[in-house]
Design a protein around this ligand. Sequence first.
Ligand code: SAM
Length: 348
Amino acid sequence: MLSPQSSLTPSLQPRMLRVKEGLKDGLEREITYLRLSVTEQCNLACVYCKPRTGVPERTPGPTMDRHEVIHLAKVFTSLGIRKVRLTGGEPMLRRDLELIVAGISPEVEGRVHLTTNGIHLARRARGLRDAGLSGINVSLDAADRATFQRLTGKDALGRVLAGIEAARAAGLKAKLNTVVLKGWNDDQIVPLARLARTEGLQVRFIEFMPYQGNGWGQAQFMPAAEILAQIQEGLGDPLEEEPPVGLEEGPARLFKIAGSTGKVGVISTLSADFCEHCNRVRLTSRGALRTCLFGDRPVDLLEPLRNHASHEDLVRLIRETLREKQDCHPMRRGEPAQPGTGMWQVGG
Ligand code: SAM
């Protein structure tokens, strides 16, 4: 059985008391949700994520080791972060992922979640659950094998479906994420909604977001309203919208499916964004603090940590950076998202 203590060296076992004052940005938005990338590497080459031009293969600088990941996560949780999502790149490419989960989980009362492509999920779901993981989001962009391969570059649909089954059998709350690209997988919307209905799953359809070199264009963009109309027509029953959940549960608008425990959802980052209520902060696998998924100035926390910065110094740096968090993402102002950076670097 993994224990958080066994995963930390004595010198990196800070006892961080929760400070009274939580984390707020300059616009008084309360920041309670950390998206923590543990690697830039990925074992898929999804057309909407992997850049074709204008972005270097990797970000310069070292990747945080697990003690550093856990240490910085603890600094954030001491500031009132209530939920942590591990992401990447593909987080399951890290062999020490279970140790990372075990190190963070007690700090957030078990609210550690994971976003994964599910390729290695079947054999690790139980271990991750035992380490303290509570929920998992699996990216699944097609219910059809050939379309899956065309989008991701790998003939691995069967492995991902087996991973989802294993995660559910292990008692992990599993949700599916589908990025919709017109002309690529919009014909998969209804089959995936049917999968949600028959399997009692939650499938959330995400609007395709622009990143440098990822081939985004209006022709490939499908707004959430259009996605919902397709689902409604395909399933043949009216969808009933659920009352909004807190943003810590995610920004999706969710809809019940008649006669099933399954749900469908839409995440409308572009057509109706949720920046006014943004509660997120991000830490990249290189230890850079980022205040937005799209476009901001990364602030390095890893170098100060390696140079023995005190807890108070790190807290000050985080607070100062959060004060500059923008009111909305750059695309709303008509500016490009994050020139020279890919989503796999920021941590999607
Ligand atoms: N490898 C993991 C996975 O596949 O879920 C985690 C990293 S991935 C970058 C995290 C999420 O970002 C996935 O749900 C993925 O589909 C989404 N994503 C990546 N590029 C996107 C884009 N251009 N538009 C919308 N969502 C995107």
